[in-house]
Design a protein around this ligand. Structure first.
Ligand code: TYD
Length: 147
């Protein structure tokens, strides 16, 4: 097992959402750049998508994933992520800097509130697959009893 796989496995074992600070290069005079790559991301990135122009008051998400790992950034604006794990533990994260991302492991229900100027960027570990979604909350609560 190489070092990266060891880190990957440790992240999977923790099975908790957490913020990763990706750091930034630059200056207030010139602006900044932040970089996500193999060494600082706890999964192989297969897909990138972004969400934007979400009207105030709209709550997105309302689902969990069976196998997907994700890293969520507020590249602009403010995003509040409400996360619940399969045991009912709740987390709340406020994303308001493009230098930090929220890692979400599989099997975590999320609801997403965004300021209407927010741009949510997601790095995902798999291609899009609707079969990977758990969109019914009662089904999500049942996964504990079948695993
Ligand atoms: P969804 O993941 O439910 O968005 P959110 O969590 O922000 O509410 O996706 C919204 C719609 O977009 C849904 O019909 C599926 C579709 N979609 C794709 O076709 N491909 C993708 O990669 C993603 C992320 C969504």
């Amino acid at each position: 097992m190489n070092g990266r796989n060891l880190v990957l496995n440790l992240h999977k074992m923790s099975n908790k959402p957490y913020i990763i600070d990706f750091g930034k290069i630059g200056s207030t005079e010139n602006g900044f750049i932040s970089i996500a790559h193999l060494q600082n991301t706890p999964f192989h990135i297969q897909r990138v998508y972004w969400t934007y122009n979400t009207p105030d008051g709209v709550v997105r998400g309302h689902h969990a994933h069976k196998k997907l790992h994700q890293m969520i950034f507020a590249v602009h604006g403010n995003i509040t992520m409400h996360i619940e794990n399969e045991h009912g533990v709740m987390y709340k994260f406020n994303l308001n800097t493009p230098a930090s991302g929220l890692y979400i492991p599989p099997r975590h229900w999320r609801t997403i509130e965004m300021s209407n100027n927010a741009v949510l960027l997601c790095l995902a570990s798999e291609e899009y697959n609707e079969d990977d979604y758990i969109r019914n909350y009662d089904d999500f609560k049942r996964i504990r009893s079948i695993n």
